[in-house]
Design a protein around this ligand. Structure first.
Ligand code: COA
Length: 273
């Protein structure tokens, strides 16, 4: 695809939670767009597998063990990127934890652990990468993954919903503070992305898949590649004038589902690959 080919040539990206799911999808798409990759997460074995897939695609890639809850480990991951590639142009704060438990039964520690991974982890990524992003010759990019559920309440996931709402506020603040340094800061809000562990647990395992699907005007679950293309848009020259935005990629679930027009749209687009 012309838009994507070489869109990230010369750029170095650090992706947390890059060993699986949306993070790995973004990593593969970035590799296809000419980017160089540093993947960071708690699970080095998983990362090594992902990195070898990226190298098979012809990309330069590196795996670094880092728990985003630990600021020093995130700082070390940023240093590894700079040591290996000489610059860091893009950070994708994607690592997240989530599980379904009603607030009335949620232990304080369960609350804390998700806030710590999602919200504190995102701040750690931003704080640790600021100087490197400021020095980027392309204009740094900081992207965090939010969710369309963040601002509407998320029954069963109070911790993750609150963390993601906090992430959206944080990133908008960073857009204001770091714009003068040329750093573009945005969130991407995925809807129901079918090919992820999260979707399996949130929808399939609970028999919710067909109910969820009925709420998506485009008539199908998203794919990790749909999120990856949005990330390429924001992180390439195409996104030069975009900062402080929340790019919703949800097939119309949040804002387009009327319950009246939706079935017509679903029938029309059901054949989309
Ligand atoms: N239901 C209720 N409480 C849960 C839970 C669940 N499914 N999973 C974890 N908790 C609670 C634990 O009981 C613990 O609280 P306690 O000390 O009061 O008992 C607290 O959350 C921390 O859990 P723990 O497993 O010790 O934390 P961790 O740091 O090892 O892992 C996660 C945290 C979120 C990464 C882990 O729960 C997990 O692997 N989740 C699934 C993977 C995932 O979230 N992927 C991302 C999808 S968006």
């Amino acid at each position: 695809m012309t838009f994507i080919q070489n869109a990230l040539a010369g750029r170095v990206a650090l992706i947390t939670g890059g060993g699986s799911g949306i993070g790995l999808g973004i990593a593969k798409a970035f590799a296809g767009a000419g980017g160089r990759l540093v993947l960071a997460s708690r699970d080095l074995d998983k990362l090594e597998g992902a990195v070898s897939e990226l190298r098979d695609m012809g990309a330069e890639a590196l795996a670094v063990r880092a728990d985003v809850r630990n600021f020093e480990e995130v700082e070390a991951a940023v240093r590894s990127a700079l040591d290996a590639f000489g610059s860091l142009d893009i950070v994708i704060a994607n690592a997240a934890g989530n599980f379904i438990v009603p607030a009335a039964q949620m232990s304080p520690n369960a609350w804390k652990v998700v806030i710590d991974i999602d919200l504190n982890g995102t701040f750690h990524c931003a704080r640790a990468s600021y100087e490197a992003l400021k020095a980027s010759r392309f204009g740094g990019r900081f992207i965090a993954i939010s969710t369309t559920r963040a601002l509407e309440g998320w029954p069963g996931c109070a911790h993750a919903g609150a963390a993601k709402a906090g992430i959206m506020s944080l990133v908008r603040t960073l857009a204001g503070e770091w714009g003068p340094d040329g750093i573009r800061c945005n969130t991407i809000a995925p809807g129901a992305i079918g090919d992820t562990e999260g979707a399996k647990r949130l929808y399939e395992d609970r028999g919710e898949a067909s109910h969820q699907l009925a709420q998506i005007p485009l008539g199908q679950f998203g794919k990790t590649d749909d999120i990856a293309k949005a990330a390429i848009y924001l992180c390439s020259e195409a996104g030069d004038y975009i900062t402080g935005a929340d790019l919703v990629v949800d097939g119309g679930r949040e804002r387009g589902h009327s319950g009246v027009g939706a079935p017509k749209v679903m029938a029309r687009d059901r054949g989309r690959a």
